[in-house]
Design a protein around this ligand. Structure first.
Ligand SMILES: [Zn+2]
Length: 386
């Protein structure tokens, strides 16, 4: 009897264990993110990109809080266990196919590429510049696409074509008409994959655009603190952002603020909220900190290469009012730089951990100076897009 119980326990243990380690899951709806590997830093592992909800993923292994998923024969990725739920009823088909594509424009700010498919399969996208293109890889799929219909109503998409780059990977190239990327969103409509590419605004005038300003931290998320005064980053990102809001509003620009008070607002939730509102541009404002008190300077950050011009334009205008340049940093893994929907950048105004810069940060005069420079930076960004 005792042996039987032990045997039953072992069988159950093996079955339960293997069930947890492998099988099929579907992505949830709280901005699920595919990662490249097990690497971690304070902002999380390097992001392959966000995916839509209900995307089917084949789990091949499991770590403490991540599933290792097989995307195609030669591609794998990692996803947080919190971002998926099991689909135990799912029966994979022997193969999946892409059907016909349609590419159309319109007056609603977007050109749209629709790809008919027979399952919500994982994908990855990225931007290229010179020439400007949106690239997309769909995993675990074979092409059966024999029609790509492209209409003359297109305003941003110049051309769409694909290649079967691997046995089970389809690579799609979306050539853009303008050198500046204005963003794109990818989602499934039923089982069809839809890529909405934002058209360059007809008139490149800041007064015609909506700018999202994102004051870093807030509420229970305090951020860094001042070297001598212990003032909190969350309070000064808000003061600076409000100065920027005031200045832009006076110039006739429509501004959206992710917070206007000392409230807790998770970064992922901010990104999702902004994706819903679809601003034309987004700037996050933070204050930097270092263990070494001598480190100082202004810096701007971007993740997607197509959005680098925004971060550069802001940095160039900030340098004259800063103590020095700390730099322009790319491939940055900050949650609010991850959306591809609209050009976004992060401005780290100065170091709270540096005595000279801490003093500046406390000064309302400096906040006003930053506001004026941010405005000039945005104007310069639009100029280079022409
Ligand atoms: Zn911060």
């Amino acid at each position: 009897m005792k042996n039987l119980l032990i045997l039953l326990f072992l069988v159950c243990h093996i079955v339960c264990f293997s069930q947890e380690k492998t099988g099929y899951v579907r992505s949830g709806n709280h901005l699920p993110m595919l990662g490249y590997g097990l690497g971690q830093d304070r902002l999380g592992g390097a992001k392959m990109g966000y995916i839509d909800s209900n995307v089917i993923l084949n789990v091949i292994d499991s770590t403490r809080d991540l599933y290792h998923v097989q995307l195609s024969k030669y591609h794998t990725g990692y996803i947080s266990k919190n971002d998926v739920s099991r689909d135990s009823l799912f029966k994979p088909k022997p193969f999946y196919l892409t059907g016909s594509y349609s590419v159309r424009g319109g007056d609603n700010k977007y050109d749209t590429l629709n790809i008919s498919m027979d399952e919500r399969l994982p994908y990855k996208s990225w931007m290229e510049i010179s020439p400007s293109r949106v690239m997309l890889e769909i995993y675990g799929v074979q092409s059966n696409t024999n029609w790509i219909t492209q209409l003359q109503t297109l305003k941003e998409i110049k051309n769409v074509y694909y290649e079967q780059s691997e046995d089970d990977v389809v690579k799609i190239t979306i050539e853009l008409k303008h050198h500046q990327h204005w963003g794109y969103s990818i989602s499934y409509v039923g089982k069809a994959l839809q890529i909405r590419v934002k058209q360059q605004p007809k008139i490149l005038d800041l007064k015609k655009l909506t700018v999202a300003i994102d004051p870093g931290h807030g509420g229970t998320n305090l951020g860094a603190d001042g070297l001598t005064t212990k003032v909190l980053e969350k309070d000064y990102t808000l003061k600076i952002s409000q100065a920027v809001e005031k200045y832009l509003t006076l110039k006739g620009v429509k501004v959206i603020m992710t917070r206007t008070a000392d409230t807790t607002f998770d970064n992922k939730d901010r990104a999702m909220w902004l994706q819903g509102l679809q601003p034309d541009l987004q700037l996050s404002i933070h204050l930097n900190s270092s263990d070494r008190p001598e480190v100082q300077g202004v810096s701007t950050y971007y993740k997607h290469i197509g959005f680098r011009p925004l971060s550069l334009a802001i940095l160039k205008q900030m340098i004259p009012v800063s103590t020095k340049e700390y730099g322009n940093i790319g491939s940055f893994n900050f949650t609010l730089n991850a959306p591809t929907d609209y050009p976004n950048a992060l401005l780290e105004v100065a170091f709270l951990s540096n005595i000279e810069e801490e003093k500046k940060i406390l000064s309302p005069k400096f906040h006003k100076a930053i506001a004026a420079q941010v405005y000039k930076g945005l104007v310069d960004f639009l100029k280079q897009a022409q």
